[in-house]
Design a protein around this ligand. Structure first.
Ligand code: ADP
Length: 302
């Protein structure tokens, strides 16, 4: 059974429809990404899943539960990270963990949790004294302390420096490895590509595509390009004879091979057979960003 099922979800603010018939299902154990530009309707969608907003149309189920009807049960299943998590400034890390633990029937051992999150030595530290990265980690800890089946993380790494962002990514993978299904809302391509098993691309309230990052890229363009410098002269015909190769071009001493399928293996195999050593080998592929532009007609940051 899917952990989350969203079917033809509609949400309006006044006259404006900000979520316009979105459907998707999140499977157990996956990191499911919701990717789209600012204002696309991502947060509104997950807020309907979290029971924080009332849909104007469609249905939402979390482990079979209607978030509108059974909020109490939902709280036990779903860990939501607070957006721009604002806890009282003077609340200490340990106090926040104790308070949140008390909300749940089967809380996890919060000391162990914050140890894993690298906050073990911050138990007595006030919220306001934490760095941006530490606040983010605390908000993840608060989302996980109830031992949820699914955790919703919204713009988790916004505002973090590159190192803290990478740490957060490792952490999300750790959480998934504990068996928690994760819904990750993001507008960072790199984050989506690196972490998500599947991605829902949302633009102007609509689901534009739903696939794995590689699947989204392949939908748009499955061509690859390989560049290298051969150690000895190489006849183009050796490469063009390969079924994977669509074209061979020369750029100075560089050879640029374009093709599909397992192009790298095919090219590497003939080069090895002919004992050609190569230098400066690079493989270029369509990026998720290219796919996003092709599918929506615009840049994600536009
Ligand atoms: P995203 O998370 O993709 O950035 P949101 O779901 O936050 O997008 O917002 C979608 C649209 O709905 C935006 O144009 C936003 O301004 C608008 N919106 C969000 N919350 C409200 C609200 N409470 N009242 C009116 N409009 C809102």
């Amino acid at each position: 059974m899917a952990i989350i099922e969203v079917d033809s979800l509609v949400k309006r603010y006044g006259e404006r429809t900000v979520v316009d018939g979105v459907s998707f299902a999140v499977e157990p154990g996956e990191i499911f990404g919701i990717l789209g530009p600012n204002g696309a309707g991502k947060t509104t969608t997950v807020e309907c899943v979290e029971g924080l907003r009332t849909p104007d149309g469609g249905t939402v189920r979390v482990c079979g539960i209607d978030p509108q009807r059974d909020t109490g049960e939902l709280r036990q299943l779903l860990g939501a990270q607070l957006q721009e998590s604002e806890l009282p400034d003077k609340l200490k890390v340990g106090e926040a963990m104790e308070l949140y633990s008390s909300f749940y029937r089967k809380p996890t051992d919060w000391r162990e949790l914050i140890d894993t999150l690298g906050l073990g030595d911050k138990v007595g530290t006030q919220f306001r004294r934490l760095s941006g990265g530490q606040k983010q980690r605390l908000s993840i800890a608060l989302a996980l302390v109830g031992n949820p089946t699914v955790a919703v993380l919204d713009e988790l790494t916004t505002g973090l420096d590159p190192q803290a962002r990478r740490d957060a990514w490792d952490l999300i993978e750790d959480v998934r490895n504990r068996g928690v299904t994760i819904v990750l809302v993001t507008h960072f391509m790199e984050e989506a590509e690196r972490l998500c098993d599947r991605l829902a691309l949302i633009d102007s309230g609509r689901l534009v595509a739903l696939d794995s990052p590689a699947g989204l890229v392949a939908k748009v363009d499955d061509r690859q390009r390989i560049r290298f410098r051969p150690s000895t002269p190489l006849d183009d015909a050796v490469l063009t004879a390969l079924p994977e190769v669509t074209s061979v071009e020369r750029a100075g001493r560089q050879i640029v091979v374009t093709g599909t399928g397992n192009l790298l293996l095919a090219v590497a195999t003939v080069l090895a057979r002919d004992k050609v050593v190569v230098a400066d080998l690079r493989v270029e592929q369509t990026s998720l960003e290219d796919a996003f532009i092709a599918l929506t007609g615009r840049h994600i940051d536009a």
